[in-house]
Design a protein around this ligand. Structure first.
Ligand SMILES: NC(=O)c1ccc[n+]([C@@H]2O[C@H](COP(=O)([O-])OP(=O)(O)OC[C@H]3O[C@@H](n4cnc5c(N)ncnc54)[C@H](OP(=O)(O)O)[C@@H]3O)[C@@H](O)[C@H]2O)c1
Length: 332
């Protein structure tokens, strides 16, 4: 008889009510995998789209990330009881994800950590900080002294990117749609905060005629809606990275690169599902250092909302609101 476990299942596509608890088979790790006892997990916008049937890949047991302890590691690479964070590696897409009591994950998608953070605090970090770090330092190749524009900076990924970029010595301009959030972003050491709106390029032209209006690097978390404008705001030789879709998934209409792209501007896209792959190894991400900065109180990365495992539907209701000011986590 296979061993069983509890898991949250997407029982059919729809609202948060489709998430149901069920007894399922406990996963069996292959030689290059590790079995994790999940203690907590962060929830992600992609999981909302998966729940609604709007994503290209999904597994009925959702969950792109989790934190917990090693239950069994066939290769012996990780000792039983090791505290870990895990992200991607097909979790919630091509294999059961972190919404199960146990999850089996490729070793390449797990990082051992030492920390006194609670499970809830730790669960707020893996996807957000691995994504923000990779966007800034692998894709944008951000350097000390460079001017960086973060569009959508109050989002959870945006806050992490702001913390990491300031720490690396970049000069950051941050955007939010709400003026009441300006002080908050300034308290995180953004040198400048501007209201996110259509026509941001015209706005920069009007307020800073004496300064260069173009940025060395732009991290666009708003998405397609401001893609062309974000390209205009990037200087030749600079890089614009689109890594979020807060403004919706509608495609850019009538994109004519000949007319709309400046020569020499680099444009790329990042999707965290590649984390842990050969090109984007987790081993390059200084997660232990990030945890130490958070433990020391240098950055506030506390989850905005914490829900019990039995309360997953309300966790997804909060996710659907797009307005929690930080990460939503679920604890066992
Ligand atoms: N590329 C990747 O690998 C990756 C990984 C993780 C997440 N993401 C994506 O990154 C984005 C941010 O994710 P998150 O979890 O950090 O988001 P989040 O924490 O839920 O962000 C919420 C904030 O985004 C802003 N926002 C909401 N709707 C908006 C709209 N229509 N236009 C402009 N701003 C809007 C609001 O801030 P203000 O009201 O202050 O403006 C809101 O407080 C999402 O699109 C997510 O899918 C991408």
């Amino acid at each position: 008889m296979p061993e069983t476990m509890n898991a949250i299942i997407i029982s059919s596509f729809g609202g948060p009510e489709v998430l149901q608890h069920q007894t399922v088979s406990k996963p069996l790790p292959a030689r290059d995998e590790v079995l994790i006892r999940v203690h907590a997990f962060g929830v992600n916008h992609a999981e909302m789209h998966m729940r609604k049937g709007e994503w290209d890949e999904y597994h009925p047991i959702s969950g792109l990330e989790c934190v917990g302890i090693v239950e069994f590691c066939p290769s012996g690479d990780l000792a039983v009881g090791t505290k870990i964070v895990a992200v991607m590696g097909g979790m919630g897409r091509t294999r059961p994800g972190g919404y199960g009591e146990f999850v089996s994950v490729p070793l390449t998608n797990v990082l051992p950590v030492e920390t006194k953070l609670s499970w809830a605090e730790l669960a707020a970090l893996p996807e957000v900080y691995c994504t923000a770090w990779t966007c800034l330092f692998t894709v944008l190749d951000l350097k000390r002294g460079e001017r960086l524009l973060i569009r959508g900076a109050t989002s959870t990924v945006g806050q992490a990117a702001l913390n990491l970029a300031v720490d690396a010595g970049a000069v950051v301009t941050a955007t939010t749609r709400r003026e009441e959030r300006f002080e908050w972003l300034k308290s995180m050491d953004a040198v400048d905060v501007v209201r996110e709106q259509d026509g941001l390029d015209e706005y920069f032209d009007s307020i800073t005629p004496a300064l260069p209006q173009e940025f060395d690097k732009v991290l666009n978390l708003i998405g397609n809606r401001v893609l062309l404008e974000s390209l205009k705001l990037t200087k030749p030789g600079g890089r614009m990275l689109q890594a979020g879709w807060l403004g919706g998934l509608a495609p850019v209409k009538l994109f004519n690169p000949m007319v709309e792209m400046k020569p020499g501007v680099h444009f790329s896209l990042f999707h965290s599902k590649v984390l842990g792959s050969r090109d984007f190894p987790l081993s390059g991400i200084p997660m232990q250092e990030i945890i130490q900065k958070i433990e020391a109180g240098k950055w506030d990365a506390k989850p905005a909302r914490v829900f019990e495992y039995s309360d997953i539907q309300n966790a997804h209701r909060a996710l659907d609101s797009h307005d929690t000011k930080g990460k939503i986590v679920v604890i066992h």
